[in-house]
Design a protein around this ligand. Structure first.
Ligand code: HEM
Length: 284
């Protein structure tokens, strides 16, 4: 190594510390209050939303790895990744409850400063939903005039969902996944397929040496459960802060959010709960 190179590396190491590595000064300079005069609680509101977006980023990062695990049929590794994603959703569900420390009167004190800003415009939340298979083109309208964000969303909309990757991995493993499921129109939300329910019934009733696939199904169901829990807790928090008022994004607010509560990412994994199981001796 030349002297000049060594000097350069030493300098870089000296510069590298907690603050420079994590870019703390940049991160903590991104909270710009819009209320006039500045409302004390607007800082809290901004920080909570910004931290959500950071976690969404991490969740998408992990979901990419999960898709890769499914693609190479590595179910053991996918379980570990799913566990981290579930942990993040749980953390977000707890985090949103912090909004319970904001009274309706305090929120009203700076709500006007948000303009038409709304969770509808969160690209990363919508990417995560598209990735999990919940695809509704109605949401594109909130990204009009923002070509980069639209392109990101379109790419997610047209790519296989996590469930598609999972079912393709099952097919490669020899499970009789119906062809119409494997070659479905990706730009639509997957619809309940009764034949697929039968495939899951077969797996649950007679896992043999495939118990890792049962664990993966249960882990996906955990994710679905946690996402729905997040939706439900968000609604409670919205009710607490704005009651029956309309949303800043133009929706009816709570009634709109409640209409999305029954949505499920993996419908067959829920439907299989309805079958009559054959008695088994809990075979080991
Ligand atoms: C005082 C706090 C909050 C209120 C009053 C509130 C209110 C609302 C309302 C009324 C909607 C419906 C869309 C609209 O008309 O704007 C909505 C959607 C949404 N909010 Fe919140 N929200 C709050 C906090 C949060 C937080 C902390 C997040 C985290 C990122 C969040 C994420 C979302 C998302 C992603 C949607 C779209 C939901 C979907 O499409 O299913 N919200 N919110």
């Amino acid at each position: 190594m030349t002297d000049r190179m060594a000097d350069y590396d030493r300098l870089k190491l000296e510069e590298l510390n907690y603050n420079t590595y994590l870019k703390v000064p940049e991160l903590t300079s991104l909270q710009n209050l819009r209320s006039q005069p500045p409302h004390h609680d607007e800082m809290f509101f901004i920080v909570i939303h910004q931290s959500f977006e950071l976690w969404f980023k991490e969740m998408l990062h992990e979901a990419g790895l999960m898709a890769a695990c499914f693609q190479r049929g590595d179910i053991a590794h996918s379980l570990k990744v799913l566990k981290r994603i579930q942990g993040i959703v749980t953390c977000l569900t707890q985090q949103i409850q912090l909004l319970g420390t904001l009274t309706p009167e305090e929120f009203a004190g700076f709500r006007e400063a948000l303009g038409t800003g709304s969770g509808f415009q969160s690209v990363q939340f919508r990417e995560m939903e598209f990735l999990c298979g919940q695809r509704d083109p109605w949401f594109f309208q909130f990204f009009e005039g923002r070509p980069q964000e639209l392109a990101r969303l379109r790419a997610r909309f047209e790519a296989p969902s996590l469930y598609d990757h999972f079912l393709q991995a099952m097919a490669r493993e020899g499970f009789a996944i119906p062809q119409e499921v494997l070659s479905r129109d990706l730009a639509e939300t997957h619809k309940l397929n009764p034949e697929l329910v039968e495939v899951f019934r077969g797996l649950y009733e007679n896992p043999g040496t495939n118990y890792h696939w049962v664990l993966a199904c249960e882990a996906l169901l955990d994710l679905d459960t946690m996402w729905s829990t997040f939706r439900a807790v968000h609604i409670l928090m919205v009710s607490r802060t704005i009651g029956g008022k309309k949303g800043t994004g133009g929706s009816s607010g709570v009634p709109f959010l409640e209409s999305r509560l029954p949505l499920r990412f993996f419908p067959e994994l829920w439907e299989v709960r309805n079958v009559e199981w054959h008695q088994s001796g809990g075979e080991q």
